[in-house]
Design a protein around this ligand. Structure first.
Ligand code: ADQ
Length: 478
């Protein structure tokens, strides 16, 4: 018998990799935006996490149940891994999710490949997820679906007769009507989303866009405004549509940033780059993160302000991502060409303008860089939130760093007071912002960073989780 607080989280991938070894199944916790955000809140709640797994070496046909008992990799959660065939992986994940929804929802419709075959597979994989959820759900379960891969699951769960409270949180942006309506399956997606009891978005911008689409494309749906950040659907099924800006585990990041390992590594980085201000970029390899435009802005700064030569360096960390998709491979090439061109033009034996790291970093290395950076340059073309901006603030124990942030990141809404906001497409504007940050004195830096840290500390991941979870608990069942 489960209690009413039994929570089922569902995301495209399980927050772990499962490998078959002669000793049995090996389960390793994985990293990534969503997992980083949710891991700290898992320990306190009981329930299950459902997501797909790579089962190519296990020849699985049915879902793999991984009970939490005695397995530290689970964070106290049962896990259920859904095996997907290579065709499903291709059509659902690489295809519909990442060649259609991902670019479209980031306003990059020219990058979309609206292949109708993708839609069929997306729909059938969403049904498969809904089926597994229906089997795992208990009478009092709350069901919380994450992100754009699974927008149809609510509809399928309802069709299967599930009456529990179901919520959906979108980690990525929701586009404005004139972009969303390019989607050939726009009404089906919107109709499916409205079947959730709670629909959560990151910044108010996305809530407004969603409401605009519902009003235009689903005119029979009646919405009632509760306040600026919250709307309610009127009708048989009560839905709340709200903003829940995601945060980080601020205290944990700040604590780790002061550990001896991080401090020692930070001091070494400082020595290696003495006499220079460190400009830091940290991103998954993704065209939405605006890395080429950022490099062009940095190049423009070097071109127009020779006084900063040898006094400033960009450290650009790029985490490999979605390497099976050709556009991502092309992006890597573009980034590397730009970096070698900048270093070839401006570098000399004593100074490398751009340091490029193409791999995932461990927490110590990442925190050492965050804590030593004089300027964080975070310029996504569009982003649901952007956790890197918040992690940077948490690790800035000495309050020396300046944050330059894209006005199109969801985080800009919360961090506008304290950061320098830029239009990431404006190469000259971003170059000017770097110069301005470079010239900012210690007193002003400290004032700004204290303000940013206060904001990030208050709106942390626990608050995000609690807000959504209590909203889900309070939402009417179907
Ligand atoms: P992402 O697009 O993955 O997440 P982001 O929010 O920036 O983007 O999170 C990236 C995460 O990866 C951060 O926690 C960061 O620490 C980590 N990371 C980045 N570079 C790393 C490196 N080299 N080594 C190790 N770790 C690294 C999606 C949405 C975002 C939204 C999040 C959470 O696209 O807009 O903020 O979900 O909702």
């Amino acid at each position: 018998m489960q209690t009413a607080s039994h929570l089922i989280l569902i995301s495209n991938r399980l927050p772990a990799t499962v490998e078959s070894t002669p000793e049995g199944l090996q389960i390793r916790p994985s990293s990534g935006g969503l997992v980083t955000a949710l891991r700290p809140v898992l320990a306190a709640h009981k329930g299950a996490w459902i997501g797909s797994i790579d089962s190519s070496d296990m020849a699985l046909e049915s879902p793999l149940e991984l009970p939490a008992d005695g397995n530290p990799g689970h964070n106290g959660y049962d896990m259920i891994g859904i095996p997907l065939t290579p065709a499903e992986q291709h059509g659902f994940y690489a295809g519909f999710s990442n060649e259609i929804v991902w670019p479209l929802f980031h306003d990059l419709q020219s990058r979309c490949n609206f292949d109708p075959a993708y839609w069929k597979i997306y729909s059938s994989v969403n049904r498969k997820f809904a089926d597994v959820i229906a089997h795992a759900a208990q009478a009092g379960s709350r069901i919380w679906v994450h992100d754009y891969h699974l927008m149809l699951t609510g509809k399928f769960m309802r069709a299967m007769g599930l009456r529990q409270r179901i919520g959906f949180f979108l980690h990525i942006p929701f586009p404005p009507l004139d972009i969303f309506e390019k989607l050939p399956w726009r009404s089906q997606i919107l109709q499916a989303l409205i079947d959730f009891n709670v629909i959560g978005f990151q910044p108010p911008r996305d809530l407004r866009n969603f409401l605009g689409c519902v009003r235009r494309l689903l005119p029979d749906v009646e919405l009632q405004r509760i306040d600026d950040d919250m709307y309610q659907r009127v009708g048989a099924q009560i839905s709340q549509i709200r903003v829940f800006p995601i945060g980080i585990d601020f205290n944990e990041f700040a604590r780790q940033a002061e550990t001896p390992d991080v401090t020692a590594r930070g001091a070494q980085i400082r020595r290696d780059m003495r006499g220079q201000q460190i400009v830091l970029g940290v991103d998954r390899l993704d065209y939405t993160k605006g890395i080429p435009d950022r490099l062009k802005a940095f190049r423009h700064l070097l071109q127009t302000h020779p006084q900063v030569h040898r006094k400033i360096s960009l450290v650009q960390i790029v985490v490999p991502s979605r390497e099976q998709i050709p556009k991502y491979r092309e992006l890597k090439q573009e980034i590397e060409t730009l970096i070698s061109q900048i270093n070839g033009t401006y570098g000399d034996p004593g100074w490398t303008p751009v340091h490029y790291i193409h791999r995932s970093l461990d927490r110590t290395e990442l925190l050492a860089l965050y804590s030593q950076a004089d300027i964080a340059l975070i310029t996504p073309l569009k982003d649901g939130m952007n956790l890197v901006a918040k992690e940077f603030c948490a690790a800035q124990i000495e309050c020396r760093g300046m944050l330059i942030l894209s006005e199109f990141a969801g985080a800009a809404e919360q961090l506008r007071g304290g950061s320098i906001l830029v239009n990431p497409y404006d190469i000259e504007g971003v170059a000017e912002a770097i110069l301005r940050a470079y010239e900012t004195g210690p007193k002003e830096r400290r004032k700004r960073m204290l303000r940013l840290r206060r904001k990030v500390r208050t709106a942390d991941v626990y608050r995000w989780f609690d807000d959504f979870n209590s909203c889900l608990a309070g939402a009417g069942a179907a």
